[in-house]
Design a protein around this ligand. Structure first.
Ligand SMILES: C[C@@H](O)C(=O)SC[C@H](NC(=O)CC[C@H](N)C(=O)O)C(=O)NCC(=O)O
Ligand code: NI
Length: 139
């Protein structure tokens, strides 16, 4: 099995691309328009993880309330310099809801209030040794 993407519904594609691309540094890797379903899908990926995508779903003209499912937490990204990343986002007008006081972790919200966790490179919890073992398919 392979992880492909996480889908989030968005109200405004341009506002979302400004946040995820100009703000966080993700890149658009593909886009699908569906006139029959009246929706657009835009797939984004971070340069260091090109196959782990964020799928933005825009329902044309939708006024549906998407609510706030408490079972969904956040999207997490590793950053090289958490202070520089947060400063860049603040310069763009975004609020850092949890500033990087410890230099390790910060949180910012997308235009659709999706929580984004920023983790400083070098401060991620260590992976279990077996996590890097090839999956022989025998278990
Ligand atoms: C391309 C693949 O990664 C998809 O996720 S398509 C799944 C499909 N999406 C839509 O129909 C988008 C418009 C729809 N109104 C919506 O908001 O989801 C789908 O089955 N979506 C249902 C879902 O719960 O994801
Ligand atoms: Ni999908």
């Amino acid at each position: 099995m392979k992880y492909l993407h996480t889908m989030v519904r968005v109200r405004d594609i341009d506002a979302s691309l400004r946040f995820y691309c100009d703000g966080l540094g993700l890149r658009e890797v593909r886009r699908m328009e569906n006139a029959q379903g009246k929706f657009t899908l835009v797939f984004l990926a971070a340069p260091d993880s090109p196959e782990a995508e964020v799928e933005l779903t825009y329902n044309w003209g939708s006024t549906e309330g998407y609510g706030s499912a408490r079972n969904f937490g956040h999207l997490a990204f590793r950053v090289e310099d958490i202070y520089a990343t947060c400063q860049h986002l603040m310069d763009m007008g975004y609020t850092i809801h949890r500033p990087p006081r410890d230099g390790h972790m910060a949180f910012v919200r997308s235009p659709d209030l999706i929580s984004i966790e920023l983790l400083q490179e070098g401060h991620l919890p260590p992976r279990e040794p077996w996590a890097s073992m090839p999956n022989t398919g025998s278990w």
